[in-house]
Design a protein around this ligand. Sequence first.
Ligand code: DQA
Length: 140
Amino acid sequence: MKILVLNGVNLGRTGMREKDVYGTQTLEEINAELCGFAAAHGHEVSFLQSDSEGALCTAIAGAEGNFDGIVLNAGAYSHYSYAIRDAIAGVTVPVVEVHMSNVCAREEFRRKSVLTEVCRGEVLGFGKNSYKLALESFWL
Ligand code: DQA
């Protein structure tokens, strides 16, 4: 399978920001691990991170016909971006939503994601392993 791992706003600073919440590994280091994890199971992953809502929508639309699935951590956009929600609803490629932190155990505004309803499923609270579990969901 070909899976797109898409990270949104501020995720490029993983390993540098709020280390107690998101850990000390950089996104590049996490992505390298995911690449090895997928390859060990015979699958291929591509990566994109953008702070731009529009770029994320464009990437979701562009995944149609080119990827078998998307693992998406949209960051704070998850909580209010109807544009990203519409982009997900507009493609047939399945999207699994990811959060490294347990957003349900944090501030009130993080408890609601406007994306979940249009995603195949959601993995949250397992740090970098949230990405691995989301990836695995595509081939289990
Ligand atoms: C996050 C949770 C979001 O609430 C937050 O805005 C992020 C990261 C997570 O991975 O836990 O930037 O998506």
